[in-house]
Each structure stands twice: as structure tokens, then as C-alpha cells.
Design a binder for this molecule. Structure first.
Ligand code: ZN
Length: 378
């Protein structure tokens, strides 16, 4: 018996509990269980982890960064070497961002026009241009499974007319992204395109953005422009309305979020997908996430602590090593410290997602969330 061919993209909601949903996305490279957390593989690697270990933690999909990969090693080079999956040895789905956010936050000497963004590389000062069309081309060269529309993400504290103008341009860019993606023939036939809602914290602008995107039509919809310094309270207030403005039968992806308590609150408000550098970056800095909140293994109180990081976690770091040993590795800046800490944090995030998926399936999400918040000291 051969397995039936997988669809290009399908999203099934298996159960809902309040606004929370659980289900799965099917794509040609595999299934993505939702709510999903996507570890970030910025430069074609989830830092300090081999891809086999990333998969073992329970990750169904990882994220790659267009901005970083276009500058080094270059999208054309990745394509020549067989695409990002082969290059980094990950055969499951990859979502790539559009480069729009990072070009604004990382590059030098930006010039933003209706056409796109001209900028200089933060690596060597070389001049580049990113447009919706070029972003689609780069993501196609990388061989991305979920391609993100090219947008502009303004700071949330800008005046309303600035936010509105930026959002309107992002919607024109969303149409150009749609057209660019659709011209990709073979790649377009096996991958998906997500639009990105903008409008900062403003309900009316968010609604206009959602309607513009829905008119164009996308496989999934991201909520952009949050987690940019507005704080959890303002983010949750926006998530009271933003997810419900997007089509109910499509996945909703909250970009760049977040801390474990952010994820619980966002799933509670109807979000299906997340990505964040936090578990990997903070792991390299000695911070470990546990069901009782984050702890910093640099702290001297762990120097003779023989317990695992988290006694409910079954990852390699928790199964085989003590907090005392990890404290020693982190303090000594040993590479193994970064590896084990990252592995634990990514594993913890995947356990959190699985626990939420189970709680939604069993219609006890509210009780789970109450219990989580009681134990988790943020
Ligand atoms: Zn662990």
C-alpha cells in the first residue's frame, strides 16, 4: 500500500474549547499539529541543535529567516545546493518570514518607498533591495513550504495616521506578494502563502486589514505588529478582537511570540501558530523554562542542586544531567551547556503545546490555564 499523496495545504480543526482550537495542517512535507510552536532557525540552523534533536523535541515545523539567508549564504546559492531543506538536513515543513521585519530592525541606511526597501547589509555594508516580488523569489529559491507576504511592521507607538498609511501599503504589498507567489508555478503548486494583518493596537485598522487580506485570499493569516514592545496587557487586549476578524477556517499565526504565559493567553484567544527566538536565545544565556517559571542556571543557588531542570520534563538534559552540572557548564561557557539548555527549552515549549492541544481536545482548557498561571511565576 502506498500512502495517499498529501495535499498542498489543508487545515482541519478537530476540537474547540472556548476560543481555543486544536487540529492539524497537512502539507506535502508533513503534518503540523496546532496550536504549534515553531523553533527559529535563523541562519539555516536552530542554534546549538542538530535537526534530529529538534524533531525529537516534538517540533513539526521550523522557521527560517529570509533577511539572514539572502545575505549569507545567499538565496541563489541555497537553491543551487538543492534548497534549504537539503542544505540544513530538515525534511519537514519550513516557514520563512518575508524579511520585512528584520530589514527594518537590523539593517543600516534603509530607504522605504512604495516599491520596497533599499538597505545596506549589517554584515558588510553591501547594498540590497527587498520588494514583495524579490521576497517571494527568495522564499521560492529557499524552497519554503509556508511563505510569508512581504509587509512593513511599524512601531505600535506611532500616531494612528502613520499606522494606517503603513497598513494600507502593506495590503498593496500583500496583493503583490500574492501575484509574485502565484507566478512560481512548481513551487506555488506545493507550498502555501500567508497574509499578515497589521494595524497595531487599533480594532478598526485591524478589521480593515483583515478584510483586505481576506479579499485577496491566503492559505493562512498572521497577526503581525504585536510583540514589538507594547507589553502583554496591550497584546492580549488586541488579541481579544484580532484573531476573530480573520477567517475561522484558516490557521492564525501570531508572529514573534513569545513567553510561555504569552502562548497560553494567545491560544486562549484563538491563535494556532507561534514562533520565537526566546527558548533558544535565553537557553544560550543560562535561562531555563520550567512549569514553575523561568530559572537562571548561572545563579549560585544551583551550584550543588542535584535535581533536573524540570522533574516533569523527559528531554535528554533533564533525564541525564543535574542543575549543578548545567550551572557548571553555563558558568564555564562550555558549548555543551548551550546545547543542553537549548534542547531543554525547545522540548519544554513543545511539551507546553502538546499539553494545550490535549486540554483543548478534552475540553478542559480553562482549568489548564488557571492551573498553569497558579504554578508559573513569570
Ligand atoms: Zn528538559
Amino acid at each position: 500500500m502506498t500512502e495517499p499523496a498529501r495535499p498542498r495545504f489543508s487545515f482541519t480543526i478537530a476540537a474547540t474549547d472556548g476560543k481555543a482550537r486544536t487540529g492539524a495542517i497537512q502539507m506535502q512535507r508533513g503534518e503540523i499539529r496546532t496550536p504549534a510552536f515553531m523553533p527559529v532557525g535563523t541562519a539555516a540552523t536552530v542554534k546549538a541543535m542538530k535537526t534530529g534533536t529538534v524533531r525529537q523535541t516534538g517540533a513539526d515545523i521550523i522557521l527560517g529567516n529570509t533577511y539572514h539567508l539572502m545575505l549569507r549564504p545567499g538565496a541563489e546559492r541555497v537553491a543551487k545546493l538543492g534548497g534549504l531543506h537539503k542544505f540544513m538536513n530538515w525534511d519537514r515543513p519550513i516557514l520563512t518570514d518575508s524579511g520585512g521585519y528584520q530589514v527594518m530592525s537590523l539593517s543600516d541606511l534603509r530607504k522605504l518607498t512604495e516599491k520596497g526597501v533599499e538597505f545596506r547589509s549589517h554584515l558588510d555594508g553591501s547594498k540590497h533591495m527587498l520588494t514583495p516580488e524579490r521576497s517571494m523569489e527568495i522564499q521560492r529559491l529557499l524552497g519554503s513550504d509556508i511563505v510569508m507576504a512581504f509587509d512593513e511592521c511599524p512601531r505600535a507607538d506611532q500616531p494612528r495616521d502613520v499606522i494606517a498609511k503603513s497598513m494600507e501599503m502593506s495590503m498593496r504589498w500583500a496583493q503583490r506578494s500574492r501575484d509574485g507567489f502565484d507566478s512560481g508555478e512548481e513551487h506555488a503548486a506545493r507550498s502555501a502563502l500567508f497574509g499578515i494583518q497589521q494595524g497595531a493596537l487599533d480594532e478598526e485598522l485591524r478589521k480593515l486589514s483583515a478584510d483586505a487580506l481576506t479579499d485577496i485570499g491566503f492559505d493562512g493569516y498572521a497577526i503581525g505588529g504585536l510583540a514589538v514592545g507594547e507589553g502583554q496587557e496591550a497584546m492580549f487586549a488586541t488579541l481579544e478582537f484580532a484573531p476573530q476578524q480573520l477567517p475561522e477556517n484558516r490557521p492564525r499565526y501570531l508572529m514573534g511570540v513569545g513567553k510561555p504565559d504569552d502562548l497560553v493567553g494567545a491560544v486562549e484567544r484563538g491563535v494556532d501558530m507561534f514562533d520565537c527566538v526566546l527558548p533558544s536565545r535565553s537557553g544560550r544565556n543560562g535561562q531555563a523554562f520550567t512549569w514553575n517559571g523561568p530559572i537562571n542556571l548561572r545563579n549560585a543557588r544551583f551550584a550543588e542542586d542535584t535535581d533536573p531542570i524540570d522533574d516533569r520534563c523527559a528531554c535528554d538534559a533533564c533525564s541525564n544531567y543535574s542543575r549543578a552540572y548545567l550551572h557548571h557548564l553555563v558558568k564555564s561557557k562550555e558549548i555543551l551547556g548551550a546545547m543542553l539548555m537549548t534542547e531543554h527549552n525547545i522540548a519544554f515549549y513543545q511539551q507546553l503545546m502538546q499539553t494545550m492541544r490535549d486540554a483543548i481536545s478534552e475540553e478542559r482548557f480553562a482549568a489548564f490555564a488557571t492551573d498553569f498561571r497558579r504554578n508559573y511565576q513569570a
